[in-house]
Design a protein around this ligand. Sequence first.
Ligand SMILES: *Cc1c(COP(=O)(O)O)cnc(C)c1O
Length: 426
Amino acid sequence: MKFQNTREFAQQLDSQDELKNYRNEFIFPQHQGKNVIYFTGNSLGLQPKSAKKYVDEVMNDWANLAVEGHFYAEKPWWDYHERFAEPLSKIVGAKPSEITVMNTLTVNLHLLMVSFYRPTKTRYKIICEEKAFPSDQYMFQSQVNHHGFNPEDAIVEIKRRKGEHNIRLEDILAKIEEVGDELALVLFGGVNYYTGQVFDMKTITEAGHKVGANVGFDLAHATGNIELELHDWNVDFAAWCSYKYMNSGPGNASGCFVHEKHHQSNLPRFAGWWSQKKEKRFKMEPIFDPIESADGWQVSNLPVLSLAPYLASVEMFAEVGMEKLIAKRNQITAYLEFILHEIDKEVDSTFEIITPSNQDERACQLSVFLHGEGRSLFDYLMSNGVITDWREPNVIRLAPVPLYTSYEDMYEFGQRLKQGIQSLHK
Ligand SMILES: *Cc1c(COP(=O)(O)O)cnc(C)c1O
C-alpha cells in the first residue's frame, strides 16, 4: 500500500480497521483533555475497561462467600487458573495442558530452570543473547553460581557483529554447534526487548536439540505480539509476563509453557501443594504426586485478585485472535516507519531505526536511535502527550499496539515529533 503522511489518509485507514472498536475498550491517560499517544504497551499495557468488572467479581465473592469462595464463587478460586489454559494455548500455539499461570516472569524462569538447567561437569553451558534483559542476565549468573560454575565460562552470549544492531541467525546456529556437547541450555528471548528483533525460535530449537541441549524462551515481548507455535516447534519450556502486550496490570502474574513430552517425566522441580494432583491436594498426605500437565510446575495457591484482570484481557485476545492482531500490527508498524522516514526528510534530522526493516524479523516495536536531539526530544514528547520510553544511550522505543492504537495516532505523533525537533533547533 502506498502511504500518505496526512490526517485524512490516517483517518481512512482507521475507518477500514477491523479492530477499531477495541480502542474504546481501553482506558487512556489524558493529556489536555485528550487521549495520550501511547507507545509503551510493550512495557505496561493499558487497562481494559473489563478488568475492573473481573476484579469486582472476586471482591464481591470474597465479601459474600469468604472461604466458601474457593469452591462456590461464580468462578471458583481453587481452579480459577484453569480458565487461562484454553485461550492462552491459542495465543502461544500450545495444547491447553501445556499452559499454566503463576508467580511472575523471572521467578518462573528460575523455577523452570530447576527442571531444564541440569548441568553436569561436562555439559553446563547456557547460550543466550547479548544484552538480554537485565533480569535474565542476573538470573543466568545466579543459576550458574548456584550450580558451582563460573559465569564467565558457563554463559555464552551471542554477540552482534561490529556495526550491526541485530543478531544474525547464522551466528546463533554456529555458536550452538560450536559449544555442542558442553551446551546444557539455550534460553533466548522470543523478541529482543531493546531492538524489537524477532528470533527464529523454530530453527533455534532444532539446533539446540540437535546437540542435546534443552531450549526455552523468555516471551516477555512475544506473547500477544507475534505468532507462536510452541508445541509444534518442540520448545521445551517458555514463560512470559502478562503486563506488557497482554494488558493485565502492573507486576501481574506470568504465563508458562511446558511441552507435553515432559509432563510425565520425573524431572526435578520445586514442589508445593498446588503442583499436587487435585484429587489428592486436600488429603494433605506426605507423598508428592504431581499433576501431569504444566500445572504440575505450580507451587502455591494462586493470587486470584491479580489473575482477574489477566483473565479479562486473555478473553479479549481470544475473541480477536492473533491473526487479525498481526495483520494490523504489520500495517500500523509499517505506517509508523513511513511517518518516521517522512519527518526525518522534512526536518533533515538523523533518526536511525535499529529494528529490522524486514517484517518477518520484527513485530510491533520500532526502536529509534536519535543521533540528533536525544534526551531533550524525548522529554519534549513526554510533556506533549506522547508516552514513549527512553533507553540509554540514545534510543526511544515506539510500540503501536494493534488493539488500541490508531493510524491517526501515528500521523499525530509525526506532527508532534516535527514540532519538537523544530523547537529544539531554534
Ligand atoms: C519485562 C521483562 C522481564 C521482567 O521480569 P519480571 O520478573 O516480570 O519483573 C524479564 N525478562 C524480559 C525479557 C522482559 O522483557
